[in-house]
Ligand binder design. Structure first.
Ligand code: SF4
Length: 91
């Protein structure tokens, strides 16, 4: 497999943040991230981007329009939903 295919998933080609300064998406602690989130709002692949960040455990930056803290909440909610699904299937 070509390395570029691993590090650059196909959805990135459609990312609204292509060509936008990455600095915008990796604000320092306490810096506002509103501009980055605005770009994400126009992004056609925000869902894939968010899933990628959650499954790969990205701890910094804005992905899928969400901060690290927001992603943690989504990941937690998904875990709870998955557990509920497991219980429904086995119980
Ligand atoms: S959701 Fe935001 S960070 Fe992710 S690809 Fe789209 S514009 Fe970039």
């Amino acid at each position: 497999v070509e390395r570029s295919k691993v590090t650059d998933p196909s959805w990135r080609r459609m990312a609204a943040c292509r060509g936008v300064s990455p600095d915008l998406f990796f604000p320092s602690k306490g810096e506002p991230a509103g501009e980055a989130k605005q770009v994400c709002q126009t992004c056609p692949v925000a869902g894939a981007c968010l899933d990628f960040a959650i499954t790969s455990g990205e701890e910094t930056g804005i992905w899928g329009g969400m901060s690290e803290r927001q992603r943690r909440e989504v990941a937690r909610a998904r875990r709870i939903a998955a557990q509920a699904g497991d219980q429904a299937a086995t119980g």
